[in-house]
Design a protein around this ligand. Structure first.
Ligand SMILES: CC(C)(COP(=O)(O)OP(=O)(O)OC[C@H]1O[C@@H](n2cnc3c(N)ncnc32)[C@H](O)[C@@H]1OP(=O)(O)O)[C@@H](O)C(=O)NCCC(=O)NCCS
Length: 167
C-alpha cells in the first residue's frame, strides 16, 4: 500500500480481508424470477450490492455508499429453488473508498452441484454522520494472493477514475 496513505491512517487499526469477509445465502423464490423461472438480473445486482456493502461496512465500521459497480457478466442462469451464495471480500482500500469483490455461486440443493455464476467488483465510500466521505482503516495483506488481487484492483481504480473524469 502507498506510503503516504499509511502515514495518514496511523490512527486507524488495519484489518485483513478475512476480518470483514461476508458470506450471504439467498433462496431463489418465485418473486425473484422471470417467466422462465430464471433469477432476475436486477434482483441479483441488489444482493451483490448488499453483500458488498456489508463487507465494506464491517471493514470501516461506517455506513457506506456505492459509487461504482463494474460490468457484471451473467455466465449461467440461476434457477427457481436454487441457493445463491454471495462471497464478498475487500480487495483494496484508498483514503475513503474500498473495492470489494463479490463472487456469486448457485447451488442446486437436489444435486449438491455448485457453480460460479457471476463475479463483480464494487467500490464503496465510507460516510461520516454528516454523509461526508471519511477515512477507512488500512487493509493488511497477508498472502501473495491478496497482494496480487490488490495490484489488479489498483489498475481497475485507475480505469474507473479516468472513466469518471470523462463523464
Ligand atoms: C459518496 C459521495 C458522497 C462521495 O462524494 P464525492 O464528491 O464523489 O467524494 P470524493 O470525490 O472525495 O470521492 C471519495 C472517494 O470515492 C472515490 N470515488 C468516487 N467516485 C468513484 C468512482 N466512480 N469510481 C471509483 N472511485 C470513486 C474517490 O476516488 C475517493 O476515493 P479515496 O478517498 O479512496 O481516494 C458521492 O459520490 C455520492 O453521494 N454518490 C452517490 C452515492 C449513492 O447514492 N449510491 C447509491 C446508494 S448507496
Amino acid at each position: 500500500m502507498d506510503k503516504d496513505l499509511n502515514e495518514h491512517k496511523k490512527h486507524l487499526k488495519g484489518k485483513t480481508p478475512g476480518q470483514s469477509e461476508i458470506e450471504m445465502t439467498q433462496l431463489v423464490l418465485p418473486n425473484d424470477t422471470n417467466i422462465l423461472g430464471n433469477l432476475l438480473g436486477g434482483q441479483l445486482m441488489h444482493w451483490i450490492d448488499i453483500a458488498g456493502a456489508l463487507a465494506a461496512s464491517r471493514h470501516s465500521n461506517k455506513v457506506v455508499a456505492t459509487v461504482a459497480l463494474d460490468s457484471l457478466d451473467f455466465r449461467h442462469p440461476v434457477r427457481l429453488g436454487e441457493m445463491v451464495i454471495l462471497k464478498a471480500r475487500l480487495t483494496w482500500v484508498g483514503r475513503t473508498s474500498m473495492e470489494v469483490s463479490v463472487d456469486v455461486y448457485a447451488e442446486n440443493m437436489k444435486t449438491g452441484n455448485t457453480i460460479l455464476t457471476n463475479k463483480a467488483f464494487i467500490t464503496f465510500v465510507a460516510l461520516d454522520d454528516d454523509g461526508k466521505p471519511t477515512e477507512v482503516p488500512p487493509l493488511i495483506l497477508e498472502t501473495e494472493e491478496e497482494r496480487r488481487v490488490y495490484k489488479e484492483a489498483e489498475k481497475r481504480r485507475e480505469y474507473r477514475l479516468k472513466r469518471r473524469e470523462k463523464e
